[in-house]
Design a protein around this ligand. Structure first.
Ligand SMILES: NC(=O)c1ccc[n+]([C@@H]2O[C@H](COP(=O)([O-])OP(=O)(O)OC[C@H]3O[C@@H](n4cnc5c(N)ncnc54)[C@H](O)[C@@H]3O)[C@@H](O)[C@H]2O)c1
Length: 473
């Protein structure tokens, strides 16, 4: 099919690359000229494992191009995806200005010679499908009246469930595809578009083999409103699961239990499941916070206070402060201390810093009067560019981070950190305090390496905090 994807961010670029790889003829449109210029030159503006290879494969097949001009590809396309950002406003409501602009531009470019599908892939509040339909029609009214009246299109909600860091895998081998529309013909077209994924009939890329036993993917056809709700509910549930286990971690710390044992014990219950039960300093990223706020806001519009959603966010906000408390317990005074952050990205395998816990933690430490150093394998350039006011000292290696640091805080669980030689890391530090914000290190190994080690919700280390300090002094 002929496909246009508007917005080449994490979602749009991955969607475009995957659809082109499956054999569709895809044009990716972005308003950002620099981004389009880079993509045309074969440069990938975001860090996402496998994306460069997939874009190369799709490009070689001749099925993928990039432009800033929306009119031409839309006029030729059967399916037009909207994958623009929907960031939060201070009120918690998502800002729909990019979505509105995209929908208008589609309307302006559409003519009436064939029926098309406009697909909302951005995460948008309930009712936005109707808004998109209205805006596309409005946009088309700026054209000759004749053309405006004759345009034929259906609007579909097709929420995206990819996770940054494994986005290609999630897109080619998803748990399900959800399509919401009131128009059966439109749903059928979407089923056709996704047929290779639904049947798993495409040739798997060599760098990303098909998971063993995967024969097909459920296609969930539902109403527009239900599809929009499914996306919010999925993210709310996942965020709640993490906030729940973090609340358990905080209780475990007080009663002397181990939250990793707890997670194992409850995760073996098939009704609960083992995933998303890692305790630590909480969730971040562009979606959970924004989507929880948006859903709470929608509920409020209908006179309902979503208490569980509010608590999920509150627990997460408090969890970021746990690091500061633990540092104060270990070092007492943080003013004038040097704290090294291991990781900045909101999770491993991405350079995305949106709502990253590292930023909250760094800002608080700087406010208290500490010096903050940081090392991240990929997100340092982005962090420096996006947060010029955050006076972080960026260093080139873990070793440089540890030199003269009073404490290290593991913020992002990159593989490079998991494999670190802990003794070598501890050696050049001024005080050997290690706060493991993701519970990735073995406490016994960290103690053996000479660290005064603390993690989240695991039994307190046998060595009292003051002993670690004395040894280091
Ligand atoms: N990032 C994720 O992990 C993820 C996962 C699931 C869903 N989502 C949702 O998908 C949507 C997109 O998220 P993202 O992370 O890809 O955003 P992003 O900010 O990375 O990318 C959005 C892109 O859209 C472009 N854009 C904005 N307005 C435009 C217009 N009128 N015409 C052309 N291009 C335009 C921007 O220049 C930008 O490149 C959001 O609603 C988000 O909530 C994101």
């Amino acid at each position: 099919m002929r496909v246009t994807v508007i917005g080449t961010g994490y979602v749009g670029l991955v969607t475009g690359a995957c659809l082109a790889y499956l054999g569709h003829r895809v044009t990716c449109v972005d308003a950002d000229e620099r981004k389009v210029g880079a993509l045309k030159n074969g440069q990938v503006p975001i860090y996402e494992p496998g994306l460069e290879e997939l874009l190369k494969l799709a490009g070689e097949q001749g099925g993928l191009d990039f432009t800033t001009d929306v009119a031409m590809p839309v006029a030729e396309s059967d399916v037009i995806f909207i994958a623009v950002g929907t960031p939060s406003q201070p009120s918690g409501e998502p800002d729909l200005k990019y979505l509105e602009a995209a929908a208008h531009s589609i309307g302006r470019a559409m003519d009436g010679w064939k029926k098309r599908v406009v697909v909302n892939k951005s995460t948008v509040p309930v009712g936005s499908g109707n808004l998109v339909e209205m805006l596309v029609r409005e946009g088309s009214l700026s054209r000759a009246t004749q053309a405006a009246h004759s345009i034929r299109f259906g609007v579909v909600s097709n929420p995206e469930f990819l996770q940054e860091g494994s986005a290609i895998h999630n897109s080619l081998y998803p748990d399900r595809i959800v399509v919401g529309s009131e128009d059966p013909e439109t749903v059928q077209l979407m089923e056709e578009l996704y047929r290779p994924i639904i049947d798993q009939s495409f040739r798997a890329p060599a760098f990303l083999p098909r998971p063993e036993g995967l024969r097909g993917v459920p296609f969930v056809a539902t109403t527009l409103t239900s599809a929009e709700m499914i996306k919010y509910a999925a993210n709310a549930f996942l965020a709640m699961k993490i906030s729940f286990v973090n609340e358990m971690a905080n209780i475990c710390e007080r009663v002397g239990a181990d939250v990793t044992e707890l997670a194992k014990g409850i995760g073996l219950d098939a009704r609960i499941g083992p995933k998303f039960l890692n305790s630590g300093i909480g969730w971040g990223g562009s979606c959970f916070g924004k989507d929880l706020q948006a859903l709470s806001h929608t509920a409020a519009e209908y006179g309902y206070r979503a208490l569980l959603l509010e608590a999920t966010q509150e627990v997460n906000a408090c969890q970021r402060q746990v690091v500061i408390q633990k540092l104060q317990e270990k070092l007492f005074v943080l003013k004038g201390r040097t704290i090294g952050l291991l990781g900045l990205a909101f999770k491993p395998e991405t350079d995305d810093l949106r709502d990253a816990p590292s930023l909250t933690i760094a800002a608080r430490l700087l406010q208290i009067g500490a010096r903050v150093k940081a090392y991240d394998p990929v997100a340092m350039t982005a962090c420096r560019q996006q947060n010029p006011d955050l006076k972080i000292q960026y260093v080139r290696s873990m070793k440089e981070l540890a030199e003269d640091a009073d404490a290290l805080v593991l913020v992002t669980e990159w593989d490079e950190f998991r494999k670190a030689d802990l003794a070598a890391l501890a050696a050049p530090m001024a005080h050997r305090v290690l706060i493991d914000g993701r519970n990735i290190f073995d406490p016994a190994a960290a103690l053996r390496a000479g660290f005064d080690y603390t993690s989240v919700g695991r039994e307190r280390a046998p060595q009292p905090a003051w002993q670690g300090l004395k040894a280091a002094v």
